[in-house]
Design a protein around this ligand. Sequence first.
Ligand code: S3P
Length: 434
Amino acid sequence: MSAGVRFDPAGALRGSYTPPADKSISHRAALFAAMCDEPVLVRNYLDSADTHSTLDAVRSLGAGVEEQGEGRLLLRGVGLHAPLEATAGLIGVGNAGTLMRLLPGWLAGQPGRTWTLDGDESIRRRPVDRIAEPLQAMGADIEMRDGRLPPFTVRGAELSGIDYELPVASAQVKSCVLIAGMVAAGSTSVIEPEPSRDHTERLLRRARVPFAQDGARLTVSSVDELELDEIVVPGDTSSAAFVVAAATLVGGSRVVVRGVGLNWTRTGFFRIAERMGAVIVGDLEEAGVQAEVEPLGELDVASAPLEGTVVEPEEIPLAIDELTLVALLGAHAEGETVVRGAAELRLKESDRIDAVVEGLRGIGADIEGTADGFVVRGDGSPLRGGVIDARGDHRIAMLGAVAGLASAEGVEVVGMDAAAVSYPGFEADVRALA
Ligand code: S3P
C-alpha cells in the first residue's frame, strides 16, 4: 500500500477558488454529443479518470473526440440511431458508475450488435439489475453476473416505451430509462419517488427532444435526432462541497468559490450546512425550475460554529454525494446529527456508511452507523486526528483531507490518489487556500 498523505491542521483558508468541471454533466455531455449527427463543442469537460472512461467509451462506439485543451472538446457523434457497426464489443467503464448505468440505455435500443460493459473491482460490486429491470421491460436483451452485477452484456433490440415507477430515487437509473426512451417506440415515462439531479432532463430540453415534466412524471418520446451545438459544463457542486466544508470548519476562513453549479437538485448539502449554522452566501437556484441550462455562479463561504441537525429522507438524493461531509460537520457541531433514509450510500464507490463511520471514529468522532445512515454527536470542538483509509473511494479520500485540515493533530489519508477519479487537482487546490 502506498504511503499516506498528511493533512495537518490549517490556518484560516483564504482566497478565491474555482472547482473542477462537473463530473455528472461531463459524462452526459459526452454521451449526448456522441448521439448527435452534427459536431458538438463541449466547453470545460472534466479532466478526470471517470470522464476519460466516458471519452474512451464513445470513441470505441465510433465517435470522434478532438481534445482541444483546457477542457474544450469537439465531439463528432455517430447519431442517435447509429448503425454502430464498426464498434468494439467490450467497453471498459473503469470506476465510473454513471457511465455504467447511462450508456446501456442507448445501446439497448440498437438492434444487431452486442456489447459487454465491465469495470474495476468497485464497479463489479455495484448492482446493475436496477437498470436491467426497466430496460428488460422495454424489450432489452441483457445478461449480468449472478443476475445483478457487472459484467453487463446487452444485445441491441427493438424497444417499446413503458411507464416506470423508480423504486429508489436514482438519477442514474432515471437517466438510463429516459435515454432508452429516445430510441424506443412510443413514449416512456419515469415516475420519481423524490426529485434527484436533473441534468439529463435539462439536456433533453436543450437537444429539442420531445420531453415533458408533470410533477414527478417525466415523459420522453421516440426521436430521430438530437439538436445540440454546444454544451458548457459548470464547476462541480460536489467537488466544491469539500472546500465549502473545509472553509466552514477551519476557524477564520473566508473563501469565494467561483463558477460553481448552483442547480437546486445538487445543492442540498449547502442547505443542510446552512441549517447547521454555516455561512454560505450565493444565488442558489430555487426549487422546481424546469430549465434547459445549468445555472452557475459564486458562493462566499465563511467559517462558523455549527449545531446538529436531522436530515430528512427527501433531502437525501439532493445531497447524495455529500452525506459523508454532513457526518464531518456533525462531528464538529454541538449536539446530534442524524442521517437516515440513505441506504443507497452502501452501494457507492465504497460502502460509504461503513467508510465514514470507521474513518471518523478512528480520528476521534462519536459516530454510529445504522442500516440506512448514521448518528454523530459533537461538542463543537475539533476531532483529534489520526489515519483514514480512502478504501479506493475518491470522496472518502477528500473527506479525510478536509478532516485533517479541521483536526487538532492532522490526518494521514491512505490512498489519496483515489481523488483522481473525480478531482485530480484536489490536493493542490486545498493547499493553495491554506
Ligand atoms: C449520479 C447520480 C448519483 C450520484 C453519482 C452520480 C449521476 O447516483 O451518487 O455520483 O451522475 O446521475 P444515483 O443516482 O445512483 O444515486
